[in-house]
Write a protein that binds this ligand. Sequence first.
Ligand code: FAD
Length: 404
Amino acid sequence: MKKIRIIIAGGGPVGVVAALACAQRGYAVTLLEAESTIDDNPRAATTHPSTLEMIARVGLIDQFIQEGLVARFFQFWDKPARAQIVEFDHDTLRDETPYPFVVQTEQHKLARMGIERLRTFADAKVRFATRVTGVTQDANGATVTAEGPDGKESFRGDYVIGADGGRSTVRKALDIEFEGFTWPERFLVLTTLDDFQELLTGCCYRNYLADPDEWTNLFKVAGDDGKGRWRAVFPTRVEESDEEALGDESTYSRLQRVFPLGRRYNVVHRNLYKVHQRVAATFRQGRVFLAGDSAHVNNSVGGLGLNGGIHDAMELVDTLHQVITGQAGEELFDRYTRRRRTLNIEFVQEQTIINKKRLEERDPKARQARFDELRAIAEDRGKHTEFLLRTSLIASVRKAQSME
Ligand SMILES: Cc1cc2nc3c(=O)[nH]c(=O)nc-3n(C[C@H](O)[C@H](O)[C@H](O)COP(=O)(O)OP(=O)(O)OC[C@H]3O[C@@H](n4cnc5c(N)ncnc54)[C@H](O)[C@@H]3O)c2cc1C
């Protein structure tokens, strides 16, 4: 009997996890990645407990933890006062998950380890430098057209997963609306080898610094050499040009405002991102599905975007498997949109907008009220746990199970 083939557009972390989960279910997969190598620009690292459970399901958890940093705590700070407001402890989730901590592992490491594992499956094809240009479908399958090193090609499969990022060609080919808005400011990400744990006394691996003038997210990653480095994320001024934001004056003075070092920070990477809150109108059209950033994008405060994308991948592969094996009819495909779109809006879009507003609040009274609210949550064991169940997306996974 002919094996079911699933074509995945995009070899980012979501496409790779989806491809691996499909291969492990026994399906033939073709993974098409536009670039010739894995993108190793600094983006996601924060991986929440619910997502760690999924990474365990695809068999990568030991390597994932080994190549990252375990972050049990996260903190909120009042940046102008350089004072810690509150600390949250994931260990309060120890009865809720086998992974009561966050792991900070850079997303390119997940893509790399996933592709290495994928290559152990005889029916998994991984093609770099192959840019998907379009997709068509009929009653029997779907055809993906692409531009590869040898020119135009086409790939025939039973189903297609568009995991080709925020500017998704697959989403555009299906003419699916990307509803939402774009923030006027951009986010600047600076990577430094200077150790904030030695500078900002008491800080941990994940710190959110509220500031009415210029908030900062400060977190530590292992780096490819395992020696550790810090990423600091800042908003730009709305009128600031890209050149200005990425220039020496902007980068060094921004880091000095986090902590005045008395010399220049050792900055090893600078990057600037446009920031959107957008969700696709549907995550499915016939045999073609969207997952990850092609289906939804959000600001990075709280580290939820990729986590949500991996949740999509796992839900989608489970759904495909149920339909393909005849445990359910094709109408189950619509549950994928119902669950993942609704939960993205409720847990990722809403939460990241709240997170950003909390950091940038300008009104002194409202600012104080937000700090007081966080303190009250942290001090009450039940509320502390409830808060973390939400921020770690465990509550989202539980809600999915109750959604038909
Ligand atoms: C500064 C920053 C920090 C972040 N921090 C976090 C965090 O801590 N935690 C978190 O959960 N999220 C975070 N995010 C979000 C996270 O980076 C994204 O959600 C994540 O990259 C989505 O993965 P993806 O595989 O869907 O898309 P992508 O990573 O964008 O991958 C898409 C892939 O598809 C390829 N592609 C594009 N077009 C085509 C085509 N036509 N044909 C074939 N291939 C194509 C691309 O080359 C790319 O490799 C952050 C984002 C930013 C910008």
